[in-house]
Design a protein around this ligand. Structure first.
Ligand code: OSB
Ligand code: MG
Length: 374
């Protein structure tokens, strides 16, 4: 593969309702989309990818403007230099970028764009590339922190009416036991889990253990990203299964989390771990240890949602993921929208990562574009 042109588009997509977590309230998604043109065996192909990074470094250390900078100054030049001396494939991208420390979401975007181009040239769907045999995945929804418990109950009821199969409630100190109790009382049998986005410390262990009364599937990332040992300690003090999100930044971290008892369940987000290939490695490690995984989300547009749906078709994804319909976040997606069909999202089977933005919708949502020097 020869890289011919790389553009980074910054999109501003308004959210249908504000999304509040313990780290921020978002009213729009500023998302970076890569458009990579390449020549592969005489074919001219375009690879698409979106970046998981948010506009502020509040979920992880990465953020949109920082991603643009590191891709332009460090990642793309290394990839172009490697491509000039040897074969460039998606499977070699992470090695070429290995000397750059961190910046996993930026690396993930680049690897994904290369993989998309490669699969399109080969006429292969991501689903078939992964060896996925399912054609749909069950759909769960992440419910933000609300102004009041009655409003939360209305929101949850509306999602259940739409067919969502699992509810995840965002929690933080002051919005935890009572909202969870209210939802559980209203829906005694609905699969329910909570996500704190690192809002607590181990000092809160006794308080968090009160969540054990509500038959939750799991508690996601109650403590800090670096708090692997503390999560293992907290896991011993609660019966609710411990799930890690922010802390699992790589396959190595996943293996450590499993080995130390910090995680009984893992949320796999391809962007957080440096791409879909590392995500698959984490799936494989977890499966070998009998640890369940599920696919998390970063308010993806259809570009990322398509790839996440295919990944979540792998057999170790035994828990329902945060792969909701496009309409959960966006009135209008930039690709053909993903819709709920009987509580499921269909896995695309077109060549590539399989969701190309509609040119008019992409243009309407774009607030800035840069052509990166090669
Ligand atoms: O912690 O899972 C998280 C969104 C942004 C950043 C972090 C998280 C989330 C979500 C939404 O929970 C998941 C989705 O895209 O549906
Ligand atoms: Mg999370």
């Amino acid at each position: 593969m020869r890289i011919r042109r790389v553009q980074l588009h910054t999109l501003a997509l308004p959210l249908v309702t504000p999304f509040t977590t313990s780290f921020s309230t978002q009213t729009e998604r500023r998302v970076l989309v890569m458009e990579l043109k390449a020549a592969i065996d005489g074919h001219e192909v375009t690879g698409w990818a979106e970046c998981g990074a948010l506009s502020e470094p509040v979920y992880s250390s990465e953020y949109t403007e920082g991603v643009i900078d590191v891709v332009a100054r460090h990642l793309l030049p290394r990839l172009v230099a490697a491509g000039a001396v040897g074969p460039l494939t998606a499977e070699t991208v992470s090695e070429h970028l290995e000397k750059v420390v961190g910046h996993r979401m930026a690396k993930a975007m680049l690897e994904t764009a290369v993989l998309d181009a490669q699969l399109r040239a080969a006429g292969l769907s991501f689903k078939d590339y992964l060896g996925v045999t399912r054609d749909r995945v069950p759909s769960g929804v992440s419910v933000g922190i609300q102004d009041s418990i009655p409003r939360l109950l209305d929101t949850v009821a509306a999602y259940l009416d739409e067919g969502y199969q699992r509810i995840k409630l965002k929690i933080q100190p002051g919005w935890d036991i009572e909202p969870v109790r209210a939802v559980r009382e209203a829906h005694p049998r609905v699969p329910l889990q909570v996500d704190a986005n690192a809002a607590y410390t181990l000092v809160d262990a006794a308080h968090l253990a009160r969540l054990d009364a509500f038959d939750l599937l799991l508690i996601e990332q109650p403590l800090g990203e670096d708090d692997m040992r503390q999560h293992a300690e907290l896991a011993k003090r609660m019966s609710t299964p411990m799930c890690l999100d922010e802390s699992v930044v790589s396959a190595t971290a996943a293996a450590d989390a499993i080995q130390t008892g910090a995680a009984q369940v893992i949320n796999i987000k391809p962007s957080r771990v440096g791409g879909y290939l590392e995500a698959r490695r984490i799936h494989d490690i977890a499966r070998a240890h009998g640890v369940a995984v599920w696919c998390g989300g970063m308010l993806e547009t259809g570009i990322g949602r398509a790839a996440n749906a295919a990944l979540a078709g792998l057999p170790g994804f035994t828990l329902t993921g945060d792969i909701s319909a496009s309409g959960r976040f966006y009135k209008e997606d930039i690709t053909e929208p993903f819709v709920l069909v009987d509580g499921h999202i269909m896995i695309p089977d077109a060549p590539g990562l399989a969701a190309v933005p509609d040119p008019a919708r992409l243009e309407a949502a774009t607030v800035a574009s840069v052509d990166l020097p090669l």
